[in-house]
Design a protein around this ligand. Structure first.
Ligand code: CO
Ligand code: ZN
Length: 329
């Protein structure tokens, strides 16, 4: 597997609405593999690989969760609003990095008891002497993301932005491997998923696909005292049945099952009781689009330590290639 390219995608900085750096990396990697590639008004990167048959829209989101600076106080401390889902306990003491390279650390006001922690009690400390010094480095509206180290620990990768650079990676690696597509393919690297599937909504409208297939991380039910879940790390490619945004269409679920069985690809089912993904927007576009999701079971989602198994990533790539080369009957 091309770990170096995955690392390049994961260490790039791009929260919702600020996906430009990610989009540039992807455009460079795929431009010679597709017939046409363009960026739309909301920042979605849309690549068309012409093929026979019906239109299939693939979607993986480029954006990662981040923080937007809302206020700079007299002492030079910054307050922020979350972009996407953060828990205050996870935020505490983390490092964040701005596109300029500036690093801030999350501190907390004095609390009477630990349970009082809330995002409103937290601030970002960039070490500035005072307000004036802080304003030379950062302004209200600037955005930052978790500092992005990338580690390979034997059979797993650990890095903050696997959600959802891993989905983008699976799409790109599948695109490189497809020999004969059964569909007219639109690879969409979407913007603003983490704030409500916004890029998927507009791109699905403009593409008007016959089928939708999204790629994203999902939770893993194998950690100590986890909620019982059917999916786990090392369980293979996960075929989504449902989350809070979509009930996957039986046509797509059956297609993925059949492709996994025929290709002898390890798979499992996914039912996620919270959260959603781009298929949630695609399937309700226009008159409705039969949609599904290939997911990758990940530990520690929306923390700086998102973790996926390399064998699961490889299973997802293999399943994607097979699913795109096999007609839906
Ligand atoms: Co997410
Ligand atoms: Zn995601």
């Amino acid at each position: 597997m091309n770990i170096e390219f995955l690392k390049k995608l994961c260490v790039a900085n791009g929260t919702s609405g600020h996906e430009h750096a990610i989009s540039e990396i992807i455009r460079d990697e795929i431009k010679d593999l597709v017939d046409d590639v363009k960026t739309d008004a909301l920042g979605n990167l849309i690549a068309h690989k012409k093929g026979p048959g019906k239109k299939m829209m693939l979607a993986g989101h480029m954006d990662q969760i981040g923080l937007m600076i809302t206020h700079i106080d007299e002492e030079g401390f910054l307050r922020f609003a979350p972009i996407g889902g953060f828990s205050p306990t996870v935020l505490l003491s983390q490092r964040f990095v701005f596109p300029s390279g500036l690093v801030g650390v999350v501190g907390c006001e004095r609390l009477d008891k630990p349970a009082d922690i809330a995002i409103g009690k937290l601030y970002l400390d960039i070490g500035a002497k005072d307000e004036e010094a802080a304003k030379k480095l950062v302004k209200v509206g600037d955005v930052c993301v978790y500092v992005n180290p990338f580690a390979v620990n034997g059979d797993v990768v650990v890095t903050p932005a696997l959600d959802d650079r891993i989905g983008c990676f699976i799409m790109i690696e599948a695109l490189k491997k497809i020999k004969k597509s059964a569909f007219d393919l639109y690879f969409v690297f979407t913007s603003q998923e983490e704030v409500g599937l916004r890029g998927a909504k507009t791109s699905a409208y403009s593409i008007d696909p016959d089928y939708g297939l999204a790629f994203d991380v999902t939770a893993s039910g194998d950690t100590p005292k986890s909620l019982p879940m059917p999916m786990k790390m090392y369980g293979g490619a996960a075929i989504k049945l449902k989350d809070n945004s979509v009930i996957c269409h039986p046509t797509i679920v059956k297609h993925l099952e059949k492709c996994a069985e025929e290709g002898k690809i390890k798979y499992q089912y996914e039912i996620l009781e919270m959260g959603g993904t781009d298929s949630g927007a695609i399937h309700v576009s226009r008159g409705g689009v039969p949609s599904g999701v290939i997911s990758i079971a990940s530990r520690h989602i929306h923390t700086p330590n998102e973790m996926c198994a390399i064998s699961d990533i490889e299973a997802c790539i293999a399943l994607t290639v097979k699913a795109l080369e096999t007609e839906i009957k």
